[in-house]
Design a protein around this ligand. Structure first.
Ligand code: C2E
Ligand code: MG
Ligand code: MG
Ligand code: MG
Length: 268
């Protein structure tokens, strides 16, 4: 895929946005104490007709660079909230998480826009959590006003990939986050690597000290899951729990996972 020239990919992406070639998948996050589904994170997918699947880490930055992040975000949020609305009508009682590009946050109107979409699609704002990644050039602290507006509306804010950005501790203290997502980088060598253990424990304690939910990303093994539980990490997400799911696979996963949980945590 990386051989694909940017110009061709960009033209194709513009078409994809218009023609409905994109779709969303949803990755479950579960409570570490009970194994219950607590959140679904929406992740965008693009199957390019000629090149095959293109990774979001490739086309999201492309959209950012060429002024297409607005339409992408608008489409993604509407799709996600419509899907979530269907699930809640069927009795699902969780939060829904949506990834936001730092570029969208530069607009002070953005929180109003998100609230309007929630209202239109009949999803209470306090069910929505926005996940933000700290960009290399744009410290989140500059976005304080926008972030505060979200919180006033009841929308949750998660700092994504925590530990990989810079001056992260300062941002955690000053910005109105509700959740910290510990980057996969720190989770992947648990529990064997002493340094990862120390860092992850410190982030969880810090999150709790500040009243935030601690979520571990990229949990792939039962050993990682059990270790994170022993540290009182609140929420787990990763392939051991579930891969990102097509919407119609969620029901079957909920049943399957409930049966698998006791064994996973070593209490079968
Ligand atoms: P992220 O928000 O940190 O999402 C986590 C990524 O890790 C996802 O990759 C997910 O599929 C993957 N993942 C989840 N569990 C595991 C695991 O156990 N092991 C491994 N190896 N990987 C795991 P994906 O879907 O390729 O997304 C990559 C990034 O692209 C996301 O990182 C997010 O920053 C961005 N992104 C995805 N969808 C959207 C979107 O709709 N809008 C925006 N603005 N960004 C998006
Ligand atoms: Mg995320
Ligand atoms: Mg992440
Ligand atoms: Mg990540």
């Amino acid at each position: 895929m990386s051989a694909q020239p940017e110009g061709a990919l960009l033209r194709s992406f513009e078409r994809a946005l218009e023609c409905g070639e994109l779709h969303m998948v949803y990755q479950p996050k579960v409570r570490m104490d009970t194994g219950e589904l607590t959140r679904l994170e929406a992740l965008v997918r693009w199957d390019e007709p000629d090149f095959g699947p293109v990774e979001p880490s490739r086309f999201v930055p492309l959209a950012e660079k060429h002024g297409l992040i607005g339409p992408l975000t608008d489409w993604g949020l509407r799709t996600t909230l419509s899907q979530y609305r269907k699930w809640s009508k069927q009795g699902l009682d969780t939060h829904v998480a949506f990834n936001i590009s730092a570029i969208s946050l530069q607009s002070l109107d953005f929180p109003d826009l998100v609230e309007r979409v929630c209202n239109e699609l009949d999803v209470p704002t306090d069910r929505l959590v926005l996940e933000l990644t700290e960009g290399a050039t744009q410290p989140l602290i500059k976005l304080m006003d926008t972030l505060t507006r979200f919180r006033i509306k009841g929308i949750g804010l998660a700092i994504d990939d925590f530990g990989t950005g810079y001056s992260s501790l300062m941002q955690l203290r000053q910005l109105p986050f509700t959740e910290v997502k510990i980057d996969r980088l720190f989770v992947k060598d648990l529990p064997a690597a002493h340094d990862s253990c120390v860092i992850v424990k410190a982030i969880i304690d810090l999150a709790h000290g500040l009243g935030l939910v601690a979520t571990a990303e990229g949990v792939e093994t039962p050993e990682q899951l059990r270790f994170l539980r022993s540290l009182r990490c609140d929420v787990a997400q990763g392939y051991i729990v579930a891969r990102p799911l097509e919407p119609d696979s969620l029901g079957a996963w909920i049943e399957e996972f409930a049966g698998r949980w006791p064994e996973l945590i070593g209490e079968a």
